[in-house]
Design a protein. Structure first.
Length: 88
């Protein structure tokens, strides 16, 4: 595995663990049963779904604005290079 792949896996697991913890703390009320109650199960499903849709929404926005950010950075770098060339 490359360093990038390892970092991506760590990031994924970190997010997964945070979502699991938040949904568990929000939805599980009693530890008296081996299985989740129907109410707890529905709550966990809705909680996880909400996080997934939120992540998709963020990613969609990122994909839409990333080309604009990249273009702006290219323009800034070109201007810096032009300014440096004029000073030389």
């Amino acid at each position: 595995m490359s360093d990038v792949q390892i970092r991506q896996m760590r990031d994924f697991l970190d997010i997964y663990n945070k979502i699991s913890e938040k949904c568990f703390n929000h939805c599980v009320y009693t530890m008296g049963y081996r299985e989740l109650t129907e109410k707890e199960s529905r709550c966990v499903d809705l909680c996880a779904t909400k996080f997934l849709y939120g992540g998709q929404s963020i990613m969609k926005t990122y994909v839409e604005i990333q080309p604009q950010i990249t273009e702006r950075r290219i323009q800034e770098m070109n201007k810096m290079m032009e300014d440096a060339a004029m000073k030389s």
